[in-house]
Design a binder for this molecule. Structure first.
Ligand SMILES: NC(=O)c1ccc[n+]([C@@H]2O[C@H](COP(=O)([O-])OP(=O)(O)OC[C@H]3O[C@@H](n4cnc5c(N)ncnc54)[C@H](O)[C@@H]3O)[C@@H](O)[C@H]2O)c1
Ligand SMILES: CC(C)[C@H](C(=O)O)[C@@H](O)C(=O)O
Ligand SMILES: [Mg+2]
Length: 355
């Protein structure tokens, strides 16, 4: 089993260090770890945010664990040299079109939600975000306009792109509460009209799943009004990015939410995937030991489940994390004082005790 590890920038290395400790504690047989540079650190060392050897490392691995990229010192670089280009290129080069972002409340953590505890209590949703298309990957540029320089970005989805992510969404719903909410902006955008029509067509293959549609503005409002109504949210790249950060605050902290980015490549053990917290490099707290490593540790659990076929190890990690999150070992993001390392210690301690 080969795992490529890409810590990246800011708090990325800090949270990945804790996930690595958890991985090592599992003592998996025949595990090889490879570490590669991504993001600002890669730009400084190799002159590009995603060096070829990092990409090759990911291609050769059964799974990749990613921290975060982003560095304020690189914000003025041309787009192709910006750290964020590393994660965008990994997603597109590796064909990772399906981004799963689960958000579920923890008993005992409702008081840390941005919502009233009784509203937060019911959250158990999965954002299925399309990851290879949308305005992210359309043509873009700058042109001279009457109003001065004009930036433009083309938004589009074709039926093939929508169909393949819709299947992922419906199949995920079948394994959950069998409800799928497709989020779009079909009242305004042609991209969303094709999205909605295609989702309706795919839905015919899943008569056991209840489909509804929501405009993204309403979805953002419903997410804070009554998040418990959502089971699977199927949406495009941009709306999924925004709604998943919002879901994290409903649960309690962006430091808690993990993600899996999957494509079609099968390995000996499962499906190749790249796993990362939904948060970024958090330059405001980087280097201070304040980052919550739970999202990275839960990303490792998703890696074990989807790419290595180790459901029982994944479940053990999730149970250990749930114990710690409900305890008084909390980082600054959850109103406590525990450091990144102390939260890691607590997860390791709980892991030893859970079966
Ligand atoms: N996948 C990625 O690598 C990824 C994701 C999002 C943002 N970014 C990049 O990260 C940089 C910072 O972006 P941003 O500030 O908008 O988003 P961010 O997610 O890095 O941080 C947003 C806020 O949440 C806090 N936060 C984030 N993760 C936390 C954790 N684990 N524990 C405690 N608090 C945490 C931060 O301190 C900050 O106040 C930018 O360069 C951005 O492009 C990268
Ligand atoms: C860093 C950025 C390109 C990325 C995205 O927009 O997808 C991030 O916000 C995320 O959620 O993973
Ligand atoms: Mg994001």
């Amino acid at each position: 089993m080969k795992i490529a590890i890409f810590p990246g920038d800011g708090i990325g290395p800090e949270v990945i260090a804790e996930a690595k400790r958890v991985l090592e504690a599992l003592s998996l047989p025949q595990l090889s770890l490879f570490e590669g540079d991504v993001g600002g650190i890669a730009y400084r060392r190799h002159g590009m945010p995603l060096p070829q050897e990092t990409l090759e490392m990911a291609r050769a691995a059964d799974a990749a664990l990613f921290g975060a990229v982003g560095d304020p010192a690189c914000d003025e670089l041309p787009r192709e040299h910006r750290p964020e280009q590393a994660i965008l290129s990994l997603r597109s080069e590796l064909g990772l079109f399906a981004n799963l972002r689960p958000a579920a409340g923890y008993p005992g953590l409702e008081d840390m939600s941005s919502l009233k505890p009784e509203v937060a209590r019911g959250i158990d949703l999965l954002v299925v975000r399309e990851l290879n298309g949308d305005v992210y990957f359309g043509e873009k540029g700058e042109r001279a306009g009457e109003g001065g320089r004009e930036g433009w970005d083309a938004m589009s989805y074709n039926e093939t792109e929508v169909r393949r992510i819709a299947h992922i969404g419906f199949q995920a719903a079948q394994k959950r509460r069998k409800r799928l909410t497709s989020v779009d902006k079909a009242n305004v955008l042609e991209t969303s009209r094709i999205w909605r029509e295609t989702v309706i067509e795919v839905a015919r293959e899943y008569p056991d799943v209840q489909l509804d549609h929501m405009y993204v503005d309403n979805a953002a409002m419903q997410m804070v009004r009554s998040p418990g109504q959502f089971d699977v949210i199927l949406t495009g790249n941009l709306f999924g990015d925004i709604l998943s950060d919002q879901a994290s605050a409903c649960v309690g902290s962006i430091g808690l939410l993990a993600s899996a980015s999957l494509g079609e490549r099968r390995t000996e053990f499962g499906t190749f995937g790249l796993y990362e917290p939904i948060h970024g490099s958090a330059p405001d707290i980087a280097g201070e030991g304040k980052a919550n490593p739970v999202a990275a540790i839960l990303s490792l659990a998703m890696l074990l489940r989807h790419s290595l076929g180790r459901e029982s190890d994944a479940g053990r990690i999730e149970r250990a994390v749930a114990q710690v999150v409900a305890s008084d070992v909390r980082g600054a993001d959850l109103g406590g004082t525990a450091s990144t390392g102390e939260i890691g210690d607590a997860v390791l301690g709980a892991l030893a005790a859970v079966s």
